[in-house]
Design a protein around this ligand. Structure first.
Ligand code: ADP
Ligand code: ZN
Length: 222
């Protein structure tokens, strides 16, 4: 099973992908997490990625595609994968189609999350994340705060705010999404694999509701 998470920053891709990993047992692979880990460890890739991420720009396609290609060869993703944050350009989507075709695999579902822009900005500035790579739980200091301020409920780690989660960078991340990633909605609609879900407080539909529905539908298909 291959699931792709699509959607602007702050729509809840990581949250839904994490929930689906727990429910369905497919491995969540987030290119953003891979870049952040490398930034933290100060690798060459990290230095390169940081120069783009901090400005709200995309990391170049050749670099990103190579990372995902290598990741797709590893044993822990052979049963199923939830790609979170990849592809983000048409070139990445075409490359992924080629990689999968060579393996005799195909995309089962592209889950396209949408959220009104004002909610996105609000959500991102109040987002706090658990930096523990085994946990990565996402909190919102307004909507979904941890029980103890600044501490992860699940693992006790100190929560952090992502460096690119500030209002200025968010605006450029949203613009980047509009220009470079949103054409993928049409791309995958044409492939017949797109499923669009709104995640919004206004309609009282959160990431966990979407994850529950997807879990039910996938289990019913079997
Ligand atoms: P969000 O969707 O909340 O912006 P991510 O963790 O998915 O967060 O991505 C963080 C940043 O990492 C992006 O703004 C971008 O700079 C970079 N990035 C992540 N995935 C990709 C990708 N597939 N191609 C290029 N850059 C990427
Ligand atoms: Zn944690």
């Amino acid at each position: 099973m291959i699931i792709i998470m699509l959607g602007a920053p702050g729509t809840g891709k990581g949250t839904v992908a994490g929930l689906l990993e727990g429910k369905l047992g497919y491995k969540q692979v987030s290119t953003g997490d891979i870049f952040r880990k490398n930034i933290q460890e100060g690798t060459e890739l990290g230095k390169l990625a940081d120069s783009y991420i901090s400005k709200g720009n995309l990391v170049p396609d050749d670099v990103t595609i190579k990372i995902v290609q290598d990741r797709l060869n590893q044993p822990d993703v052979q049963n199923g994968i939830i790609l979170d944050g990849f592809p983000r350009t048409v070139a990445q989507a075409e490359a992924l189609d080629n990689i999968l075709a060579n393996k005799g695999k195909k995309i089962d579902m592209v889950l396209n999350l949408t959220t009104p822009e004002e909610e996105i900005i609000e959500r991102i500035v109040s987002r706090r994340v658990c930096p523990n790579p085994q946990c990565k739980t996402v909190y919102n200091v307004v909507m979904n705060p941890p029980k103890k301020e600044g501490i992860c409920d699940k693992c006790g780690n100190e929560l952090v705010q992502r460096k690119d989660d500030n209002e200025e960078t968010i605006k450029s991340r949203i613009a980047t999404y509009m220009e470079q990633t949103s054409p993928l909605v049409e791309y995958y609609k044409n492939q017949g694999v797109l499923r669009t879900e709104e995640v919004s407080q206004k309609i009282n539909r959160l990431g966990k509701d979407v994850a529950n529905d997807i879990e039910r539908d996938i289990k019913n298909q079997k």
